[in-house]
Design a protein around this ligand. Structure first.
Ligand SMILES: *Cc1c(COP(=O)(O)O)cnc(C)c1O
Length: 361
């Protein structure tokens, strides 16, 4: 056997684990990791390059460790009376989550989550030595307030993780569930709102619950609606004391000056950056109706993707789509596949290929 990580003196609790593994394949139609498949507008790109160029001229210096201008911009974007003191950012919301678990989780502490949910939540728990606990959902991937409270009583976690709208199901999270969970625990309650911008217009998000709840954290990302996945910018809103806790564990200067400049420039064009959200939601709704027509069972979705059941052999359909240059996500949920809403052309390519596959099987 060749030398492998098992032969290294690695932490016992990491032995046998598998890393995050969404396949990265170069195919014409990539609808597998819920990216925004619309590139950012060229005039915005030019502004970002200009801002980065300015930042490069001072790259001999460490960046603003407090990323103050970026926090101001993020607070302004979120609204809800939030100020820079409520905001924290990092290289993707994944890093925010890692910092949260470094500060509030760790060995001897537990995190309750509700699978199927975002796989990185349990992977980051493992990486920080926190114990991950599977909570049970209700029918249709919902979590009622009663169920959340019962699961908290049953497992007595230090931290409760929600994801709303939930990945990989796309289904909404009831804010009453977040409120009930908060009241049922002395620990932290964390809500991952990576897909908030795709919610129906006017729906309240967990940001509306922050006032008066010092142990509640709501995270967001620029990776999805903002079409900024490659730049790695995620953030959260919470009581200022939470940001003080994260300062204890973050690496100094964790957000490079280039990242800060790019993100601030992008946020100054928030309207243009988000212009595609409506179009993406239209394609998502089109996916739901065509899948239904083809006899599949898509779940209700408030995100930029659709989880659908009624797939007899997900491995086979995945491969046959891939042969046609289209990649979707097979998450191992029996008889299900997940597809991200793409541009109109990408969505059409997916739907036509799937129709072909359906009719020929
Ligand atoms: C895509 C996604 C993220 C984004 O992570 P980043 O590190 O910000 O790119 C976070 N949470 C969920 C649930 C996601 O699906």
């Amino acid at each position: 056997m060749p030398f492998s990580l098992d032969d290294l003196p690695i932490r016992d609790d990491l032995r046998g684990l598998t890393p995050y593994g969404a396949p990265q394949k170069s195919v014409p139609v990539a609808l597998n990791v819920n990216e925004n498949t619309h590139p950012i507008p060229e005039d915005v790109a030019r502004d970002i390059v200009e801002a980065v160029a300015q930042a490069v001229l001072q790259v001999n210096r460490y960046p603003d460790r407090e990323f103050t201008i970026l926090r101001d911009a993020l607070a302004g974007y979120l609204g809800h009376g939030l100020t820079r003191d409520n905001i924290w950012a990092a290289n993707g919301s994944n890093e925010v989550i890692q910092q949260i678990l470094q500060a509030f989780g760790g060995p001897g502490r537990s995190v309750l989550g509700f699978p199927p949910t975002y796989s990185m939540h349990s992977i980051i728990a493992a990486g920080t030595g926190s114990t991950w606990i599977d909570g049970a959902r209700d029918e249709g991937f919902t979590i009622s307030p009663e169920t959340a409270v019962a699961e908290i009583r049953r497992t007595d976690p230090d931290i409760v993780f929600f994801c709303g709208p939930n990945n990989p199901t796309g289904t909404p999270l009831d804010l009453a569930t977040v409120e009930a969970a908060y009241d049922a625990t002395d620990g932290l309650v964390f809500v991952d709102e990576a897909y908030a911008e795709f919610m129906p217009v006017g729906q309240p998000t967990a940001l509306t619950l922050l006032e008066g709840r010092e142990r509640l954290i709501v995270s967001r990302t620029m990776s999805k609606a903002f079409a900024f996945a490659g730049a790695r910018v995620g953030y959260m809103a919470a009581h200022p004391a939470v940001t003080d806790a994260l300062r204890l564990v973050r690496l100094p200067y964790h957000l490079s000056s280039l990242t800060q400049a790019a993100a601030v420039a992008a946020l100054s064009h928030a309207d243009e950056m988000l212009a595609m959200v409506g179009e993406i939601s239209t394609q998502r709704d089109r996916i739901v109706s065509v899948l239904t027509e083809l006899g599949y069972t898509p779940w209700p979705t408030w995100s930029n993707f659709v989880l659908f059941g009624g797939v007899d052999d997900p491995d086979d359909v995945f491969e046959r789509l891939l042969e046609r240059g289209i990649i979707v996500r097979n998450l191992g949920i029996p008889n299900h596949l997940r597809v991200s809403a793409g541009t109109e052309a990408e969505t059409t390519a997916f739907l036509e290929a799937l129709r072909d596959i359906r009719l020929s099987s």
